[in-house]
Structures are given as C-alpha cells and as structure tokens.
Design a protein around this ligand. Structure first.
Ligand code: PAF
Length: 287
C-alpha cells in the first residue's frame, strides 16, 4: 500500500490506474478505523481493481471545535489495518493540502440537509459536501462507499453528486454492530464503562420500534414510545427520533407515505457522547 500525502500524488495514481482501464473504489473516512470501515474497504476491494481510502478529519464539517479537537486520530494503526486489507492507496493529507485557502462553496443541498443532523449541526452537511466533492474530483472513483449508519449523509452526498455531475456509483453499505447491537462508530471509544454498558439500549429500542410498527402502531405512537423508553434510562438523553422517508429524509405521518419502508433515525446522548443509529421499518406495515 502506498501512502499519498498530496493531491498531486493522488491525481497521478488515479490517472495511471484509469489509463490502464482499471476501476477505482473510494472509501472516504476520518480515520479511527473500526470493523464498520473495514466492511466498506472489503466491499470496495471485491468490486474494484484499485482501492483508495482517504483518512482526513475534515474541519469544515465540525460545528463544535471541541469535537474536532478531541476526534480520535490513529493514523499508524489505521494504515496498518488498510495494508492488511490490501488497499492500494491511503490518501492521508494535511488540512493545508486540502484547504490551501478556505472553501467558500455553499451547496444547495435542499430539504434532505435541513432536518435531523442538518438542523442540529448547522453547516455540517455543507462541510461534508465540500470534502466529498473534492475527493470525488481528485479520485474520480468508479464507486464510492458509505456506511448506512450515517444514512442522512448518504442522501446528502447523493444530492451533492447530482449538483457536481458525479458519474460514479454511490454504494451504501450495511450498519455494522457490536455483538450487543451497538452500531460501530469511532465515537464509541469515548464511552466510559457505564455508558458503554447502557448504549446497546438504543438498538434494542429501535428493534422494539419495528415490532410496534408491525403490531399496528402509527409512526407518532412508535416515536413517543421509543423516546419515552430511552429517556427513562439513566444516562440516556434522546436528541431526536424521526421516522422518515428513505430518499427525502422528511418525516412521515403514515407508513404508506414510505411504501418501500420508512427509516427510524435516532440521535442519543449516552454518558455525554452523541451516538447516532437508524433502522429500516418494513415495506408494507399495516397503518
Ligand atoms: O462519514 C464520515 O466519516 C465523513 O463524514 C466523511 C464521509 C469521510 C467525510 O469527511
């Protein structure tokens, strides 16, 4: 595996691969890699001739300076993991390399970016669009891989891809979970022992939400019960739980508004750590 530090090195590596007719799989990450990221890398490895993984903690998508400062940075361990997965190129640039001058682009991301994470973290999705559009431009991937844990991010990236005329394929990949159901996330390392023990309640509540849907509860009822159950647990504080259409990310009032299955998206503070997760509801529930 080659570690590329500059945009020029990345462009050259990509140009060479493209000239040889090779497909390119891009896995954008912010490092602190876990099995969730590795599942994306493996999928990219299966489906492409050349795999590029970027490791870059993108400052423009953090609306909280403390969050940016304390975000885990584990470059050496990350590169060792990528090497073991036969990644061809790890793109590990500095902030100055990516943003030699401030990126002032404002993307018209529309309503997918206005709800949930977009409402709670102003500017976050514009920052994601800035970095991912740069990566798409430089790496020119045939396919780009994103985890469904950040399902709203995928909808936003699809919108950005339309805006910039990206002609590759965006490949959403399943959420990877710990044995107790907790969705894998780089932020899980910040949970203390008590919070780590409490956190799996989030996924249990999401599963219970699907059960109530199947049993005939309306989206509003499912929402109330889920939020109530989680807030009753010591150490948990639900920021939002929305039942939304999978493409538009807009809340649904009735299941038939999302005939292919709504998504329940949740953000919970667990021992002070902000965790996000989501679950798919069945395609044809009763109400
Ligand atoms: O999901 C992430 O890790 C980041 O938002 C991404 C897509 C790598 C952009 O910085």
């Amino acid at each position: 595996m080659k570690i590329l530090r500059t945009v020029e090195q990345l462009r050259e590596a990509v140009a060479e691969a493209k000239a040889a007719g090779r497909s390119i799989g891009l896995v954008p990450t912010m490092g602190a890699l876990h099995d969730g990221h590795i599942s994306l890398v493996r999928k990219a490895r299966q489906q492409n001739d050349v795999v590029v993984t970027s490791i870059f903690v993108n400052p423009t998508q953090f609306n909280n300076p403390d969050d940016l400062r304390t975000y885990p940075r584990t470059e050496q361990a990350d590169c060792a993991l990528l090497e073991a997965e036969s990644v061809d190129f790890a793109f590990v640039p500095s902030v100055e390399e990516i943003y030699p001058e401030p990126d002032t682009r404002v993307f018209d991301l529309g309503s997918v970016a206005e709800v949930m994470e977009g409402a709670m973290r102003p500017g976050h999705f514009n920052g994601v669009a800035q970095i991912v559009s740069k990566l798409f431009d430089w790496a020119r991937p045939t396919r780009a891989y994103f985890g469904r844990k950040d399902i709203q991010q995928i909808a936003v990236i699809r919108r950005m891809a339309q805006i910039v005329g990206f002609d590759g394929t965006i490949v959403p990949c399943p959420i990877m979970r710990e044995a107790d159901g907790l969705a894998m996330s780089s932020r899980n390392t910040r949970l203390d022992a008590a919070a780590r023990a409490t956190a799996p309640a989030i996924y249990r509540a999401l599963c219970a939400a699907v059960d109530s849907c199947t049993a005939g509860a309306t989206p509003a009822q499912v929402k109330d019960t889920t939020v109530g159950a989680l807030n009753a647990i010591d150490g948990l504080d639900v920021e939002y739980f929305e039942i939304v259409h999978p493409d538009t990310m807009q809340p649904v009032a009735a299941w038939h508004e999302a005939p292919e299955g709504a998504i329940g998206c949740i953000t919970v503070f667990c021992g002070g750590v902000r965790l996000i997760d989501n679950i798919s509801f069945p395609a044809t529930p009763q109400s």
